[in-house]
Design a protein around this ligand. Sequence first.
Ligand code: FUB
Length: 318
Amino acid sequence: MKKTSLTIALACLAVLGAKAQNPIITSIFTADPAPIVHKGTVYLYTGHDTASVTATNYKMPDWHVFSSKDMVHWKDHGALLSPHTFSWATGDAYAAQCIERDGKFYWFVSTFHKNDANSKGGAAIGVAVSDGPTGPFKDAIGKALIVNEMTTDMKHGWDDIDPTVFIDDDGQAYLFWGNGSCKWVKLKKNMTELDGPISVFKPKNYIEGPWVYKRKGLYYLVYASAGTKPEMIEYCTATSPTGPWTYQGIIQKNVPNSFTTHPGILDFKGKSYFFYHNGALPTGGSYRRSICVDEMFYNPDGTIKEIVQTTTGVKLVK
Ligand code: FUB
């Protein structure tokens, strides 16, 4: 065989024989997946666990972006955002979600606030903006969008974490977030200002990590739940993003070797995918987590079938 033919054959083998696996990212520890599709590519926004094997709390210095065209090969774009990007922030890079609107990418993040004129500290939500999915990102506002003092139903200082943003067909954007209770507020079209009062509610077994989306006219609120302590993933549905929400049950039972898990849902090339994290990598654990993805299936009435967690991952998408 000629050298060029051999090179082509090897390249084809590499693609055809590529084996999916869970966790999907093995080069670093990642958590809190937030996937989007943009121009035929999946972009996966993640947290980054760097705690030591013996640590008893998070050490999360930055947020990463990975991309894939086939759901199997993932390219690491590096740490594209950190709490240092926000002059008002201090502390860890908790869960975040990036969404596109009118050609701009808004990365809503949870981190912690310095004690200053705008907040006495505690968890806060900020927004970074970019002209592309992989940056460069800068602070979109110059101050936090949500500070701890804006919600008072929960007395702990880290209840304002885990933002998820959803834009409805009429263009109205909604921000959901919260630990201990679920909070939501409308956003203005510029995505950087609140457009009304904050509402608070408590879906059954709700703990944190909301993910809101719409499918076939039905709204879904998927979240990390108390589970059996470790967390599970449960969900509600509604006919309006403002509720009322009807509890529908458990989507995903406990994950291996991690107290938390966290949902991120994506439709890509005709299939639905459920991203989450576990502690399954060697030396992994609750503070050294890893993102996985498995296929997700709906019943004819729109309810979600329980996720089958695999170590083999999803099929290569062509
Ligand atoms: O990764 C830090 C925190 O753990 C997230 O903000 C929560 O959703 C949980 O996954």
